[in-house]
Design a protein around this ligand. Structure first.
Ligand SMILES: [Fe+2]
Length: 182
């Protein structure tokens, strides 16, 4: 089920995308529209906010009939997180409830990911990325209650399964070299 506000948002995005084709322009337009939607509230049906106790959960809310975009909700229990990953398409994220910490990464000359800053996103906050610019990140619910975010992706997620292009080893999980030689 899609709420009336969500149906209006989807119709608005489809109309916007009739006029703009550039990925940056589409992401920016979707971010503006999503910010307005988050202010309005009442945007997700209860079934699209259901968590999974094992891992963060993705609900496919809508796919554009011309596959120009998908709308997805992601639901996170405290501590649940994505892997470190890059993206196959542009991506706009708005927090509906809870708190999400997003760590971005850059690649070092050896191709390893290196942390490049963490931002905390709260309800109403919207951010976006357009590959391949600064599109490697890890997202975690670092709060103490369920978090829900709404994502707009520039691809058909029903076909792709997710927006993830590549998963990287998490540098926080790497074994550390001893500080002193024995
Ligand atoms: Fe992501």
């Amino acid at each position: 089920m899609v709420t009336p506000r969500m149906a209006g948002f989807i119709t608005r995005l489809a109309g916007l995308f009739d006029r703009v084709a550039d990925p940056h322009e589409r992401a920016r337009a979707a971010a503006d529209a999503l910010a307005g939607l988050l202010r309005a509230g009442g945007i997700l049906a209860p079934e699209h906010t259901e968590p999974d106790p094992r891992r963060y959960r993705q609900h496919l809310v809508h796919v554009d009939d011309r596959a120009r975009f998908s709308v997805v909700s992601l639901v996170w229990l405290p501590g649940q997180h994505t892997p470190v990953h890059s993206h196959a398409c542009w991506c706009v994220v708005g927090v509906v409830t809870g708190r999400e910490a997003e760590t971005r990464y850059r690649l070092d000359p050896a191709g390893r990911v290196v942390p490049a800053g963490t931002a905390v996103n709260l309800p109403g906050d919207v951010c976006w990325l357009v590959p391949p610019e600064r599109d490697i990140h890890r997202v975690c619910n670092d709060g103490d209650r369920k978090a829900v975010s709404l994502h707009v992706y520039g691809a058909d997620i029903a076909v792709r399964g997710s927006s993830i292009n590549q998963v990287y080893p998490d540098p926080a999980a790497r074994p550390r070299a001893p500080e002193h030689a024995p």
